[in-house]
Structures are given as structure tokens and as C-alpha cells.
Design a protein. Sequence first.
Length: 177
Amino acid sequence: MSKETCPVIYWTLLDYKEWHFYIAATEKGLCYMGSQGKPFSETSTWAARRFPGSPLIEDEARMRQYATEIKEYLDGQRQDFVSPQDLIGTPFQLDVWRALCEIPYGSTWSYSDIAEHIGRPSAVRAVGTAIGANPVLITVPCHRVIGKNGSLTGFRGGLEMKKRLLELEQGKVSLTK
């Protein structure tokens, strides 16, 4: 990537109630959401791989629209996200990520359900790999994907974060202190 094509990556720490994770965006939209409680190095390592040569600039004001929507979601006041996203992936990954956005709030689908939904029923493992590459936890709701037997399965943010998000959506807990 030449210097002219290296987008600036703006970031901030979303530090809200018991939630602490980094979010990042390009001029085009939200491009990354970090794992609960992880250090900034998780974000900078991701940015160096996906946007080599791009500067990372802390800018709370520029990130406010994304942070506001995420906070509303964490408070149980938002079910859908409207802020733009800048998702970069293969055509297959983008198909999987679009399918994730079609899982209704408070519902779960299995990896097989996603594979069927995108018309690739034999691609269950590839679906799992694409889900694992999802850069924006929560706004592309990969936490809504569970094992076919109903078990909680891998999640970049960790299974505790996944469990908390599912409980939030199913109204089983209040995340408001």
C-alpha cells in the first residue's frame, strides 16, 4: 500500500460502565472493535496487518458517533447500527458478515444456518473462519452465532463477552450500573 492509499485510522477507548475496548474507524466508517479489556496493542497489531503504513490517530470527537451507538446498544436502547462501516474482506467474508447482520436481535443462528443462508451449505468450516475474521464485534453481530448443539463457541472477544452480549439481547441481565 502506497502512502497515498494508506487511510488514517482514528481510534478511541470505549470506556463505559464495565465495558473497556478500543474502536477504530477510517474516513469511510467503523473498521475495528477490540476485545473487552485487551490492551491497545491488539488494535495496533490488527491495524498494521490490515492497513499497513496507515497512521493511528487518537480522536475521541471523530469516534463519538460510533461510541454513542455502541453505548446505546450496551444500555439495551439500540438493536441496529446505522453508522457507516469500512469492512475489508474477501467476497466470501463479506457475504458471511452481511448474513451475520441479518440475525435478528436476541436470536442466535448456528454456523450451519449461516452457510445455508449464503447458499454454501457445505462451507460450514469456512463460515467459521470468516466469522473469526470479523473486525467489528457487536456491530456485525458474530456473538449471535452458536454451535449447532446450542453451545457457546469461539469469539475473538472471549466467551465471557459473548455470553454477556447474548444475555443483554435476551433481556436476562441489565448492564446498567
